[in-house]
Design a protein around this ligand. Structure first.
Ligand code: NAD
Ligand code: TYD
Length: 352
């Protein structure tokens, strides 16, 4: 079995659902259920014995040790993190605690477990660390896309805490020989994306007739990847990646934010027209994010060359699926906006 951390969040939940739809290897899912963790994301796994959910903190060494001892996972896939740049600006402490101390705790627990394995199990064991392209800093308009050898230049408390965790993971390989792999991925989008991030926020606000807040001039560029493509990249790294290696994952989809917002408005105009007029009337420019990175772009040639991975979705297919998913799952969004998703935990797990 594998141990997944943060599997009730956006990408982690997609990964767990994807994993169990492609194989029968059980998953132990350790998640603290912070504001970003939502067990409704995993509702389709209710009663599935292949999914063991454990509510707990990755900083809790005793708990993590117990999970390793009890379940003997052959690999850990580490998603758990504080992940929202805007929140990191207002409160960086949780980011250092979870992203840095939490990753340290997992590395130490994994190392303790790994050292007790026989030679074959030791060689097969993997610690996969899920990281971000934001550790590389901001690009100018004509700079080459981030390769795996790009200098780390994190600019936000979020990216700095992720950069620190990447360095710890690297050091645990070089110093102790722990078989780690790391993936640095670009911005994801798709189902179960918490509506505080650009794409789901714009969809939710548009449907509610609220302003669509575009930071600064809207010309910041991100490289967008459909979330299930990120999941398949992680599966490829886990199966075929070389310990100690880093793989950059991206969608070859550089887009300015304002273009994303116009695309969303056009899709909503087509799929759920508003009698009041095009949703683009709601676009509102607001004060920029402090220290806002201008451009991210990923050079994903290494993972393609070495592991044969390429994204299956184009931006056009992925964004259409995403808008359709949000239109079909407005109750999921409503539960988050009302806070009702928190009660779902009690409803679902009371008496178990
Ligand atoms: P998310 O915020 O949606 O989910 C994070 C999950 O981690 C939540 O379920 C939360 O409850 C859990 N968690 C937080 N603190 C915890 C703790 N101390 N102990 C246990 N669980 C805890 O984040 P996401 O967007 O799904 O991102 C997942 C990972 O992927 C992160 O490591 C992030 O840095 C990385 N990443 C995200 C993106 C993106 O576009 N969202 C891109 C590249 C990399
Ligand atoms: P976000 O989804 O927060 O991801 P990240 O900061 O990790 O890239 O933001 C994506 C881009 O969209 C980023 O350049 C900030 C911008 N943005 C807005 O313009 N308005 C918003 O309301 C939000 C949440 C983000």
């Amino acid at each position: 079995m594998i141990l997944v951390t943060g599997g009730a969040g956006f990408i982690g939940a997609n990964f767990v659902l994807d994993w169990l739809s492609t194989c029968d290897e059980p998953v132990v899912n350790l998640d603290a259920l912070t504001y970003a963790g939502n067990l409704e994301n995993l509702a389709s796994l209710k009663g599935d014995p292949r999914h063991i959910f454990v509510q707990g903190d990755i900083c809790d060494r005793e708990l993590v040790d117990r999970l390793f001892a009890e379940h003997q996972p052959r690999a850990i896939v580490h998603f758990a993190a504080e992940s929202h740049v805007d929140r990191s600006i207002h409160g960086p402490g949780d980011f250092v605690r979870t992203n840095v101390n939490g990753t340290f705790t997992l590395l130490e627990a994994a190392r303790g477990h790994w050292m007790g394995l026989d030679d074959a199990a030791k060689a097969a064991f993997r610690f996969h660390h899920v990281s971000t392209d934001e550790v590389y800093g901001s690009l100018g308009p004509t700079d080459p896309a981030f390769s795996e050898t790009k200098t780390y230049e994190p600019n936000s408390p979020y990216s700095a805490s992720k950069a620190a965790s990447d360095h710890l993971v690297r050091a645990w390989h070089h110093t102790y020989g722990l078989p780690v792999t790391t993936s640095n991925c670009s911005n994801n989008y798709g189902p179960y994306h918490f509506p505080e991030k650009l794409i789901p926020l714009m969809i939710a606000n548009a449907l509610a007739g609220k302003p669509l807040p575009v930071y600064g001039d809207g010309q910041q560029i991100r490289d967008w990847l459909y979330v299930t493509d990120h999941c398949s990249a992680i599966r490829a790294v886990l199966a075929k990646g070389t310990p100690g290696e880093v793989y950059n994952v991206g969608g070859w989809n550089e887009k300015p934010n304002i273009e994303i917002v116009h695309t969303l408005c056009a899709l909503l105009d087509e799929l759920k027209p508003d009698p009041a007029g095009s949703y683009s009337r709601l676009i509102t420019y607001v004060t920029d994010r402090p220290g806002h990175d201008r451009r991210y772009a990923i050079d994903a040639r290494k993972i393609e060359r070495e592991l044969g991975w390429r994204p299956a979705e184009t931006f056009e297919t992925g964004i259409r699926k995403t808008v359709a998913w949000y239109l079909a799952n407005q109750e999921w969004v409503a539960h988050i906006l009302s806070g009702a998703y928190r009660d779902w935990v009690d409803t679902n797990y009371a008496g178990r």
